[in-house]
Ligand binder design. Sequence first.
Ligand SMILES: [Zn+2]
Length: 439
Amino acid sequence: MEVCYQLPVLPLDRPVPKHVLGRRGAICLTSSQVLFGGPAPRQLSKRRGAISYDSSDQTALFIRMLDVRLRSQTGYTLERQVSAEKSEKKVRHESTQRRQHCMLQKVGSWNFDIFLFERLSNGNSLVDLTFHLFSEYGLIKLFRLDLLKLRRFLVIVQEAYHSENPYHNALHAADVTQAMYCYLQEPQLSESLTSCDILLGLLAAATHDLDHPGVNQTFLINTNHYLASLYQNTSVLENHHWKSAVSLLRESGLLSHFPSEDRQCLETRLGSLILATDISRQNEYLSEFRTRLDRAELHMNNSQDRHFILQMALKCADICNPCRPWHLCKLWSHKVTEEFFNQGDIERRLNLDVSILCDRNSNSVAKIQIGFISFVVEPLFVEWARFSDTPLSHVMLGHMTSNKFNWTHLPQKDLRGTTQTCNVSLPTETALWVGHTTD
Ligand SMILES: [Zn+2]
């Protein structure tokens, strides 16, 4: 093998010409021994499988030189190296799949780390998680859903989210779907919801922010966006999410085998669920929830009441970030603030009034979160806990209280303060929040 050092140095990453590879096994051997002074041609022929060499064939020589050099310097044949890389890749892939499978076994856990799941699913958390939940509930068999159509539907849903949005992207939809599943598992719901309710709840969670542009309704109205005029400045985003969801359902043909009346009913109910996520109508839903709880008027054997509870569950799932463990809460908070501040930057460039919550010069992640928890999250989750007095509700309220404490008291370095802070007073009115549609 010493002979290899007398050969010209070839770059190891130089691609072997395709036309040469195409000739492998078809080259006739005559005088390689003379050229290389190495083992007998017969031995070379054996080592290289079916390949043999001809001294006049320069491209064949190129392959052999590369091969000899690799053998002597690394101790491995090129083939072995490639095969080792392949098997290493396979082992890594299998290990990732096992971890993803393990995570899905605990999909009902409130500590579920959707960011880790996103990595394990290679950016397909919304598709993989929703498909798993459909399967776990037996919805595929029950509603005779075509597996390919279902997967195709979920893929086009995932792709219809804007991955460039820091917050309103497919990962947020996956997180909301996972939270919705946790609520669907709560005794009050699991003992009374029908399979149709569950199908709707999961579909609404997965599609509730479809095609979100990363700016709020106020921005769309102020910039005369066509969606604002189309929906007459009312629940502009939510109407668009709903219509987009219906459009993708029809395009995929997922429910094409349903009787048209059932399909229409499902599309209407889907709209009613998605429209409930409009945070500017928060007080309307909350006061009805409170009143009906006070009067003990919610009966889960009544289909309209079940639908109302599904609306409330989706609203909770949509804004549950502050009720998650601190490390998850913190990540989401920074993402949503980044999206707000991006909008503020655009408003500034367009010479529009910069929305208060979107102004990076006069606001901070911590201040925004404290206001959001105080005026929006806490009132909703307190009522939810009255309705569903379970360990999960108490865990959520516990996280919310401790997260609010952290935003208020922890030093900036522990808040991963990547955004500027200032001394402006906190938002003092819920109106500030309901005027800023976050969904
Ligand atoms: Zn949302």
